[in-house]
Design a protein around this ligand. Structure first.
Ligand SMILES: NC(=O)c1ccc[n+]([C@@H]2O[C@H](COP(=O)([O-])OP(=O)(O)OC[C@H]3O[C@@H](n4cnc5c(N)ncnc54)[C@H](O)[C@@H]3O)[C@@H](O)[C@H]2O)c1
Length: 281
């Protein structure tokens, strides 16, 4: 019986993941190395829950109960008694592998260790543990409280039973799980990132302004959001990390990250979270 959830990483995704589990009645332990990230996460969760209350989708007492089920901290050892883990730290294979090794040592052996990775191999993360059958990808979409899709990734050694537990958990959260195989970028980013990358090449080559490109895709292709607005929303550092994984893992030059994307990330222009990307916030 899964009651307590550990969430590692309290950034854009981690705070949303912690919120949806807490809203669905689970006790949540949210961990981040950086204390300021935990403070920001609490603020974001409170703001998001307040919006649900304003819209009449959540009662005040239910909001208070959800907040009461959330505990935060910077020590991974606090996850010693959780029943299920979702890792949502930066999209860096070495950092994730290190966290999976530590989680394997800290948590009980039957606990499923999932990753919210956008592109990194679940099989590689599983191999860093002594329980590869219990390691899987649980790829939530941004913003987590509003987006219903969860891409579930089955690693080479992930068991059928672990996938079933994750599938049931998604249903409990009111989300729709879709299974994908463990290839770089899975389904979502294998298709989305080349489009975003191409939009950035189009900016670099002066084919159109960010506004023009986004307007073409919104009004011409009926996308709810243009690719450059979406890139700013995801985080340009996250987009670059995913493109690097696609490029390295699939070996096709069509996935090479646009030089303008590299330059913006080097300059700290990361999109919404840094206040500047293709647009200013
Ligand atoms: N941003 C998106 O739209 C999006 C969508 C789906 C999936 N993802 C994936 O989710 C994951 C997190 O992305 P994000 O956008 O939330 O990143 P983020 O940079 O907003 O947050 C990452 C957080 O992890 C913390 N962290 C880093 N190393 C840590 C460690 N060893 N232990 C504990 N905390 C640590 C950082 O302090 C930071 O607060 C990535 O794997 C990313 O690919 C992102």
């Amino acid at each position: 019986m899964i009651k307590r959830i550990g969430v590692v990483g309290a950034g854009t995704m981690g705070n949303g993941i912690a919120q949806v589990f807490a809203q669905s009645g689970f006790d949540v332990r949210l961990c981040d190395l950086v204390p300021a990230a935990i403070d920001r996460a609490r603020g974001s969760i409170e703001k998001s829950l307040a919006k649900f209350v304003e819209k009449g989708k959540l009662t005040g007492p239910d909001r208070d109960a959800a907040l009461g089920r959330l505990t935060t901290g910077s020590d991974l050892d606090a996850l010693v008694d959780v029943d299920y883990v979702v890792e949502a730290i930066a999209e860096l294979v070495d950092a994730k592998t290190d966290v999976f090794k530590r989680l394997d040592a800290i948590t009980k052996p039957h606990v499923i260790l999932s990753s919210n990775t956008s592109s990194i191999s679940i099989t590689v993360l599983g191999a860093a543990t002594k329980r590869p059958d219990k390691v899987l990808g649980m790829h939530f979409m941004n913003p987590v409280p509003l987006m219903t899709l969860v891409e579930l990734i089955r690693g080479q050694a992930t068991s059928v039973e672990s996938m079933k537990i994750a599938t049931d958990l998604c249903t409990t959260l009111g989300k729709t799980p879709v299974e994908a195989a463990d290839y770089p970028g899975f389904i979502s980013n294998r298709i989305l990132m080349p489009m975003i990358n191409e939009a950035i090449f189009a900016v670099m080559e002066g084919v159109g302004t960010p506004e023009a490109i986004d307007t073409v895709m919104k009004l011409g292709m009926n996308h709810p959001m243009g690719p450059l607005t979406l890139a700013d929303f995801i985080g340009l550092d996250v987009c670059l990390a995913i493109l690097n994984v696609l490029h390295d893992g699939l070996g096709d030059p069509k996935y090479r990250p646009c030089p303008l994307l590299r330059r913006m990330v080097a300059a700290g222009q990361l999109g919404r979270k840094s206040g500047r990307g293709f647009y200013t916030y």
